[in-house]
Design a protein around this ligand. Structure first.
Ligand code: PGA
Length: 255
């Protein structure tokens, strides 16, 4: 059985490297005992190096340059640098980056670069609003197609998709999605992926859910939402809370 992928998106937290290490150590102590969960922490860039080399967790970046290799690109960090540093995952096209002007074309370039350099891209997609007429599905299909436009078919199996309905993400969100609707959307996303690649390849792509995940709802998404993991923001900032989520994932579907 494949493991659930549980990703902590720390965004611009915490304030100090000491806190980051302390929190990561707490998480790692629990994570290393789990058999059915792979735990990834994506901290702010300057903290990455301090979190590497711990047995129970993988480290992820929150962004990647669309440029390859090394060279004249001030402010950018390439997949080549991340890979050689020991970073295995990168979040691409998060809604908070898209809100700052990152378009599908750039997301697609970043995804393709990550794949070429051997870093697994966690590509975020999700609608702004959900409407009764299903217009959001068109928005989602368009976003998926364009965000993956530059991905060679042969590399499709190395992508992870994070379905994050924007209305459910962050402190402003009213609530998380419910797992039944997530399942419907996940099936739709699979259909879109099989249009971009093919059915077999699409089936091999893990889809995560993100948006107001808590210890209370974590297992319901894994059991009934058709997803293979979770992308967790706020609830990943307190180790005790995030560890609860990891344990729920470890036990999901066992009862
Ligand atoms: P949230 O954030 O869990 O705080 O809603 C999720 C995310 O932005 O990835």
């Amino acid at each position: 059985m494949k493991k659930f992928l549980i990703v902590a998106n720390w965004k611009m937290n915490p304030k100090t490297v000491a806190e980051a290490v302390r929190e990561a150590d707490k998480i790692e102590k629990s994570a290393r005992k789990l058999k059915r969960v792979k735990t990834v922490i994506a901290p702010p860039l300057p903290f990455l190096g301090f979190l590497l080399g711990k047995k129970g967790i993988e480290v992820g970046a929150q962004d990647i340059s669309p440029d390859r290799g090394i060279g004249a690109a001030t402010g950018e960090v390439s997949g080549a640098i991340l890979k050689r540093f020991g970073v295995r995952y990168v979040i691409v096209g998060h809604s908070e980056r898209r809100a700052r002007g990152e378009d599908n074309e750039t997301v697609s370039e970043k995804t393709a670069t990550a794949l070429k350099e051997g870093v697994t891209p966690i590509v975020c997609v999700g609608e702004q609003k959900r409407d009764e007429e299903g217009k959001y599905l068109r928005e989602l299909r368009d976003e998926i197609r364009k965000s993956l436009a530059r991905v060679p078919k042969t590399r499709a199996k190395n992508i992870v998709i994070a379905y994050e309905p924007i209305w459910a993400v962050g402190a402003e969100a009213k609530a998380a999605d419910n797992p039944e609707e997530t399942l419907e959307t996940v099936l739709f996303i699979k259909k879109c992926l099989s249009e971009v690649f093919d059915r077999t390849k699409a089936d091999s792509i893990p889809i995560l859910y993100g948006g107001s995940v808590t210890p209370k709802n974590a297992a319901t998404f894994l059991e009934r939402g058709g997803v293979k993991g979770l992308l967790v923001g706020r609830a990943s900032l307190t180790p005790q809370t995030f560890i609860k989520i990891l344990h729920h994932a470890e036990n999901a579907g066992k009862k």
